[in-house]
Ligand binder design. Sequence first.
Ligand SMILES: [Zn+2]
Length: 272
Amino acid sequence: MRIYISADIEGVSGVVHGEHTLRDGKEHDYARKLMTEEVNACIEGALEAGADEIVVNDSHGTMRNILPDQLHSRARLLMGSPKKLAMVEGLTSEYDAVLFVGYHTRAGSNGILNHTFSGRVIKTIRVNSIDMGEFGLNALVAGYYKVPTVFVSGCNLLADEARAVIPEIESAIVKESISRTAALNLSPAESRLLIRQGTKRSLKDVRSKTPFRMEGPFTVEIEFLNTGYADAAEIVPIYERSNPLTVRFTNQDWLHCYRLIRGAIMIANSVQ
Ligand SMILES: [Zn+2]
């Protein structure tokens, strides 16, 4: 059984603030350790369920957060950026299941540290008029490859967001969101136990699980936090300005859409 893990940091127990998540944050190194250990718990659960090949994609910020020498020796670590498929780089139809660890809710929701790909520039991303966060956008890439997304860990509201997309998904709720920068956290030890157990449950009868797919064509609207970001994206003629804050495009192929979303964000982030 081949397992793909995409690991973010905002949904890790004990992580509640930019000081934990940002590269120069004072508590970032400690948060990286917490993140690494939650990923290890997921790897252990996958091994107990019979996984024989595990790839972990570091999916947060610089994508250099997980501590390589503290990661479980049975997994390989995809680290660094840029990568064409970012949080789901390297995923192919050869995997049997995808698991998301340390994830968070979409921009504009109530969840802890909510954002979608870039808290600096993105207000909302809509796919065929449906608001989607990183969970849904990444699960659609897994679905493109016909691989089921079977497990997610993060806050209680992230679990709700995931179930709205994939009702049967297994989850480990490691904290309850109180505000954007406050949460009631389980202890790291308890969080890791839930992640290990949830991962193991999620991989039972994995071949019977249905990948999350939506039929194209996909019309994607990217609403930015200010008009300057839309001004920059609009320079590339594939992005059509639909209102002062928003660019849109339509494409039949979800991988193209995903890369066009990433591209628009990189362009917007170049605006000083
Ligand atoms: Zn992140």
